[in-house]
Unconditional design. Structure first.
Length: 95
């Protein structure tokens, strides 16, 4: 699972090869992209879905979000995304 930033937008997605995925997205995007963070975890789509739900109010299009800077900073520093999502996403699974 990865977080890619393009100016004020971030993409929350899943890829086996983050560098290949970055090149794919960059080829169609005029804005310089940067990898904010990525994690190799089990149940990737489960955690991706939890983050998508958590940030639904910031969704711009598809997997792209206009997150507040404090959330971007938080995601950039997280080492254990599974634990962080569980702690920050109280009751998201029930939505």
């Amino acid at each position: 699972m990865y977080i890619i930033k393009a100016e004020k937008y971030v993409k929350i997605g899943v890829a086996d090869d983050i560098n290949y995925r970055l090149r794919q997205i960059q080829s169609a995007c005029p804005i310089k992209l940067e990898i904010i963070n990525f994690w190799k975890i089990n149940n990737t789509y489960y955690y991706e879905n939890l983050l998508h739900k958590r940030y639904e109010q910031y969704r711009v299009h598809g997997e792209w979000f206009a997150l507040p800077e404090d959330e971007v900073y938080f995601l950039s520093k997280v080492k254990d995304i599974e634990e962080a999502v569980k702690n920050k996403s109280n009751n998201l699974e029930n939505k």
